[in-house]
Design a protein around this ligand. Structure first.
Ligand code: AMP
Ligand code: MG
Length: 415
């Protein structure tokens, strides 16, 4: 992908996609597996293909409450009267239907041998011991044949798949109580900044509480990683370097926030240059231009910006691809929805810009996006009070009110 036009001094920034791809290319899937019960497997990545050991459904059964019958006993084009010869409920063994007649049957009950069709109870009349069956039934109606959904031996889930609730349901349906999973990537997490105070402590003069670690711990957990929270680093190149090198020894990835810009107190890049390599540090994205990606003492490193909204946005586009690859799974594609802008926005060209917006129903069915008034990269409350991000491409003309633009709901960024 072509480099974007440079902004200011330093190397040309990478596009959002190129940054995600290059960051992911620096990491390799973690080795090591873990066997866990299904109750602990949601969101985890399968280390093995899953083959069904039995058909689904395991036996032919009724899809409805009604009457099982032999299609050939029905009169063509007219009502049929047949006696009720027996009854079968879910979990019971069914006796055969060997003579003209019907068997009362309930949803999930096995089909009686000989019967090939079920009529819904709502569609019949009772007439003493007889049922009156309507014309127009088809052979096989309301019957769920064995193996209709899954054939025995079929691969139902592939290694590398990240398990969702419906996958866990399917695993249980084929009789699994546990699965072999990839180990979660261990991600060391630091904040940097002399102004930062741990929440719960007294706030220092000129201090702010460290918001990024709380944000990142949860983002990491949702992305399938195991955060290893290592606290706050002071703005000092040498102590930064020592702590980053220690973290690199025990973790699969080291993430920091803050200190990656070009200010005199931004020491993360400098520490990195003594410890390893810097692959890139500028991305054409707003909020979030400075994002340092490289290696620290042989371990992949990601230095996110300091402003919390920039942390959130760059995590979505740079950290998620890295974490997915580390976890041994594909990064879920981000699906944009079209929305109509309820505002105009004339940003700086050359950077992909993400605006925090709330959605309202639109007159023509296309949701209407309203920009949050808090546009600063430090405004966490704007992230809290909005629904997602409108994406303004770097190469498009300014966004005018009424135009249609892509929207990313926050929910899509949180897995
Ligand atoms: P920096 O890139 O270190 O200059 O930080 C940019 C801005 O983000 C500054 O206003 C910092 O105070 C703020 N910031 C940095 N780290 C955090 C954090 N962990 N929590 C909240 N704000 C932060
Ligand atoms: Mg700082």
């Amino acid at each position: 992908m072509a480099r974007l036009k440079g902004i200011g001094p330093g190397p040309a920034p990478l596009s959002v996609e190129e940054a995600g791809e290059r960051a992911a290319a620096l990491v390799a899937p973690v080795a090591g597996t873990q066997t866990l019960p299904l109750s602990q497997a949601d969101g985890r990545v399968l280390a093995e293909d899953i083959l069904a050991g039995l058909p689904l459904p395991p036996f032919a059964n009724s899809a409805v409450d009604g009457y099982a019958l032999r299609f050939d006993d029905l009169a063509m084009g007219a009502e049929t009267r047949l006696p009720v010869l027996g009854r079968v409920a879910a979990g019971e063994a069914a006796g055969a239907l060997a003579a003209p007649g019907v068997l009362r049957i309930f949803t999930g009950a096995p089909m009686p041998p000989g019967a090939d069709t079920v009529v819904m109870q709502e569609d019949v009349r009772r007439d003493g011991d007889l049922v009156v069956l309507p014309p127009g039934l088809r052979r096989g109606d309301n019957l769920r044949p064995a193996g209709e959904d899954v054939a025995p031996g079929e691969r139902v889930l592939a290694a590398g798949h990240r398990l969702r609730p419906q996958d866990l349901g399917l695993l249980a349906a084929i009789g699994h109580d546990q699965v072999i999973l990839r180990r979660r990537p261990r991600v060391a997490l630091f904040s940097t900044g002399d102004e930062l105070t741990e929440p719960g402590r007294a706030l220092q003069p000129a201090g702010i509480y460290d918001a990024n670690r709380a944000l990142l711990r949860a983002l990491l957990t949702r992305a399938g990683a195991e955060p290893v929270d290592l606290g706050i680093l002071r703005d000092d190149r040498d102590s930064l370097a020592v702590r980053l090198a220690e973290a690199a020894r025990d973790c699969d990835l080291v993430i920091t926030s803050g200190g990656v810009s070009v200010g005199e107190e931004d020491h993360v890049k400098a520490a990195l240059s003594t410890l390893g390599t810097l692959d890139f540090w500028r991305v054409a994205i707003k909020p979030g231009k400075p994002v340092a990606v490289g290696m620290v003492a042989g371990t992949p490193f990601l230095g996110l910006p300091g402003n919390p909204v920039a942390v959130f946005v760059t995590f979505a586009f740079v950290a998620r691809p890295m974490l997915a690859r580390l976890a041994g799974t594909a990064c879920p594609p981000l699906e944009r929805l079209p929305v109509r802008l309820g505002f105009s926005h004339h940003g700086k060209p050359g950077r992909r810009e993400f605006l925090r917006v709330s959605l309202a129903p639109g007159a023509d069915g296309v949701p209407l996006a309203r920009k949050h008034p808090g546009e600063g990269a430090g405004s966490l409350v704007s992230l809290v009070q909005s629904d997602g991000l409108v994406e303004l491409a770097e190469d498009l003309p300014p966004a005018e009110e009424g135009s249609i633009r892509p929207f990313l709901p926050y929910a899509a960024l949180l897995n």
